[in-house]
Write a protein that binds this ligand. Structure first.
Ligand code: MCU
Length: 408
């Protein structure tokens, strides 16, 4: 049976009034994490319904100052979905590009939900398939290459938006996954469902998974692994932790947008931090996996981001939908970890197959604990007087039919 497409839009807040964003030069210094509930007009949200437009403000701030803009849905996206591959053809602004991804189905009868796996290492694809989800092997470098420098960005995203686009690789990778979901929607859902997509990846591809899940609300489960600086850890950074510095991450590859360059030495000027990027995922499933044995990954700083985001989840009445787990024994980066298998499969059943309802868990290793209290000067509101979250109206027109290893 074909599953209805258009379960959710890419960005529910696209209909919100366009926020007037501050200029880079007029940003105040704030040593604490910015208040996720305070709107750009200075007032705080009081209802759950207001989160949609507040989230859109966070999205726009994050695009302007951190990752670079994610272009709106292109003029044309076509492609094919089979049991072995997905092809994607995009045309926008008079330019076209294409990429493809290899599909692995689980056993059983479809249509299946799918997890987009970036880069092919560090994610437990066997456990994903055993839980009943397909794997979409996504090569981020086909969409945004590494190693070419900021003034000569390459890949399917930059073929369209230009080699000097200020948008960084993480957002380019995010755009690519959104275009895969466009194709899934158009396919009619006979092989892979379009309303149940997860994303995961480890290390630099954990950074990617984090941003991909934040910037497309059609993704129902986001699972970054050991993402390090430019991923989950707060940019402000727990002092003395020994995480990769912002200037190192900014300079290593154009993962972050060009606009981030003025903040590498002054993250306290950033009007958004990663607790808000994680909160953009709310109330959808979020399972952040981390390694407490490698200080360079900033696991303390990542735990602070998760705890800050958990406040937003709680305010939205979705506290059970976020997990953070750094309580693991093997110190190897991107190791295959037995500890994560059960929570991974529980998250897949809950958010992709919709056959389970296990609560999320916050399991922070005693080796790398961050303290949220050190970072907040705001309280978590009781968002009462709320109306239920907006439901997406069915499309008025039928969807168009389809035309057819870590380098470190
Ligand atoms: C943790 O992710 C990165 C890290 O930021 C880089 O400094 C290092 O070179 O590579 C890591 C990675 O992607 O490892 C596979």
């Amino acid at each position: 049976m074909a599953v209805p497409a258009f379960a959710a839009p890419e960005n529910e807040g696209s209909a919100c009034a366009a926020p007037t964003l501050p200029d880079a030069g007029s940003l105040p210094t704030n040593a604490k994490l910015p208040d996720p509930f305070r709107k750009l007009d200075g007032t705080r949200i009081t209802t759950r319904a207001e989160w949609t437009c507040r989230r859109n403000e966070i999205k726009r701030l994050a695009e302007k100052f951190v990752y670079g803009e994610k272009p709106a849905r292109p003029q044309s996206v076509t492609g094919t979905v089979s049991s072995t591959s997905i092809t994607v053809n995009v045309t926008d602004q008079g330019r076209s590009s294409s990429f493809s991804a290899r599909v692995e189905l689980p056993s059983g009868t479809g249509p299946f939900p799918a997890v987009v796996v970036l880069g092919g290492f560090g994610a437990d694809t066997a456990a994903i398939k055993a839980a009943g989800a397909a794997v979409i092997n996504y090569d981020p470098y086909a969409v945004g290459k590494e190693g070419t420098g900021r003034s000569n960005k390459q890949g399917a995203f930059y073929s369209i938006y230009g080699a000097t686009s200020p948008t960084g690789l993480l957002m380019a990778w995010s755009w690519g996954v959104s275009r895969i979901i466009d194709v899934l929607e158009q396919s009619g859902g006979s092989v892979l469902r379009a309303d149940a997509t997860g994303v995961t990846g480890c290390s630099r591809f954990g950074k990617g998974a984090f941003v991909i899940g934040a910037f497309d609300q059609r993704i129902t489960l986001t699972m970054p692994i050991e993402s390090g600086t430019a991923g989950a850890p707060i940019f402000r950074g727990v002092p003395g932790e020994g995480a990769q510095s912002l200037s190192s991450a900014y300079g290593e590859q154009p993962w972050l947008g060009d606009a981030f360059g003025t903040f590498t030495g002054s993250p306290n000027r950033l009007p958004v931090d990663t607790h808000q990027i994680a909160a953009m995922v709310a109330p959808r499933g979020l399972f952040i996996m981390d390694n407490p044995h490698i200080a360079n990954l900033g696991p303390r700083s990542a735990s602070v981001a998760a705890l800050g985001a958990a406040e937003v989840y709680r305010a939205l009445g979705a506290g059970d939908n976020i997990s953070y787990w750094s309580d693991v024994s093997d110190g190897t980066h991107c190791a295959d970890r037995a500890e994560w298998r059960t929570p991974l499969q529980q998250n897949i059943r809950k958010f992709l197959l919709k056959t389970g309802n296990d609560p999320g868990a916050i399991r922070i290793s005693s080796r790398a604990q961050g303290r949220l209290a050190d970072w907040v000067d705001w309280t978590t509101p009781a968002l009462d007087g709320s109306t239920p979250p907006p439901t997406t109206p069915p499309p008025t027109t039928p969807p168009p039919t389809a035309g057819g290893a870590c380098a470190a």
